[in-house]
Ligand binder design. Structure first.
Ligand code: PLP
Length: 430
């Protein structure tokens, strides 16, 4: 750490009551200087309800850990909430994206090297799953307010080889779907929504996940539904749904999806299943989830409206307590026509504020932070494509100045007061 940075952080951290030196500082500073107990505010949290515990216990009691009653009900409930026909639960958002793209590549006859538009600010999994499918990710710079794929930038990157776009609904905020869907239709592209950070949110009344041919969600820690690991690929297309289900199950013949398939139907159907259930028709993956994740997820589906309401309420509270620092911080905005469900509370420091100095101070005070999904400066992509960061100026700005803190349902009024106090201490010493 640079010496001056260390000195400045220590200065921020010093509590006035700790030393004689602090007393003189106390006089100099206008804001509250009383000692407050340290708290911990994580970027996510998980609180398992009694219902979820009962569901998990029931799974264990019934000795059925692979696809069964809970996964089936979780999938149906999730599909209903997003107004899609099929929701297929697998073991991560990343695996959902990988099999989703693979199924699209197969159905639409895409060739290796065909291009997929993807924003220059997202989690690495968006990009990696394009690469893992032997497709070419074409990065599009983002807009500076919502940090999502800029439609004009996307249109400018379309070539003869562009087959699809992957808008990423970041931080809980749907993308500019009016314009992206227009471009998709005008250029006859397909769309896979990476909605791993955004669930249940609507854009002009239509749920995220229902705009493209496929959409993917994550239920990893700190997401909107939390099942440990897990993810959904959703679609309205039966052929794609069958392929996805086969692909995450080793590429197995779609006639057999789980042990219940052999318990119903005629003798002829049973024969068909028995004779084909060990047929493998694609080079697939082992990406199945278990009934325990589904039991947690199904339990949370019962209270997802409360989860979303709590996140929105928390975002309002954080905005209120942080607004006094808007000379220093760009606070999150709600896109016109979109419902923001705040998987996190993203911010961008303004000119003159050292982002790393601020987040180190927050971390030391127990407020967890993360960078705002820097992508274009990752060593792995530098190795593949050289120095690309300068080609995406807004992404570069966010790589250097963006960060987020938590906005999860377990946050309390005391947490908001604490956030206000800690930011106030940081900025009042500047
Ligand atoms: C935008 C985005 N895409 C994909 C993923 C991958 O999800 P998972 O961690 O479940 O694989 C994440 C995870 O946080 C994400 O934020």
């Amino acid at each position: 750490m640079r010496k001056s940075l260390k000195k400045r952080i220590n200065m921020h951290l010093r509590q006035p009551a700790d030393s004689a030196d602090s007393i003189s500082k106390k006089k100099a500073l206008p804001s509250v200087r009383k000692r407050i107990p340290r708290r911990f505010i994580g970027v996510g949290s998980v609180k398992i309800s009694d219902l979820e515990k009962r569901y998990v216990a029931a799974v264990l009691d019934h000795n059925r850990l692979s696809y069964g009653y809970y996964t089936n009900r979780f999938e149906r409930a999730f599909a209903r909430a997003h107004k899609v026909r099929y929701a297929l639960f697998c073991n991560s958002g990343t695996s959902a994206l990988q099999v989703g793209l693979h199924a699209m590549k197969k159905k639409y006859g895409w060739k290796d090297g065909d291009e997929v538009l993807v924003p220059a600010v997202t989690f690495v999994a968006s990009l990696n799953t394009i690469l893992q499918n032997n497709l070419t990710p074409v990065l599009v710079d983002v807009d500076p307010i919502y940090f999502e794929m800029d439609p004009m930038g996307a249109e400018a990157k379309i070539t003869k080889r562009t087959v699809a776009m992957m808008p990423v609904h970041l931080c809980g905020c749907p993308c500019d779907m009016d314009r992206l869907v227009d471009i998709k239709e005008q250029y006859k592209l397909k769309m896979i929504e990476d909605s791993c950070e955004t669930m249940f949110a609507r854009y002009r009344g239509k749920p995220v996940g229902s705009f493209g041919e496929v959409a993917c969600f994550s239920t990893y820690a700190a997401h909107i539904l939390v099942t440990g690991v897990g993810g959904f690929a959703v679609t309205n297309d039966q052929e794609i749904a069958v392929t996805i289900k086969s692909l995450y199950n080793h590429g197995r013949d779609g006639i057999y999806t789980n042990p219940d398939d052999t318990k119903r139907g005629s003798l002829n159907q049973l024969f068909a299943i028995v004779s084909r259930r060990f047929n493998f028709i694609d080079v697939g993956y082992s990406y199945r989830a278990t009934e325990m994740e589904s039991a947690l997820g199904l339990g949370q589906m019962r209270r997802y409206r409360q989860i979303i309401a709590a996140r929105k309420r928390n975002a309002r509270a954080l905005t209120r307590v942080l607004r006094p620092f808007s000379d220093y911080l760009q606070l999150p905005s709600k896109r016109n026509g979109a419902e923001h469900v705040f998987m996190m509370f993203p911010m961008v420091v303004k000119d003159g504020v050292d982002r790393d100095e601020l987040i180190l101070y927050l971390e030391k005070q127990g407020i967890e932070t993360r960078y705002l999904l820097p992508l274009t400066n990752q060593p792995v992509y530098e190795r593949l494509w050289g120095h690309i960061e300068d080609d995406y100026p807004i992404a570069k700005h966010l790589n250097r100045n963006g960060f987020y803190i938590g906005c999860h349902p377990e946050m309390s009024f005391e947490d908001f007061d604490y956030v206000a106090e800690i930011f106030s201490r940081f900025f009042s010493i500047r």
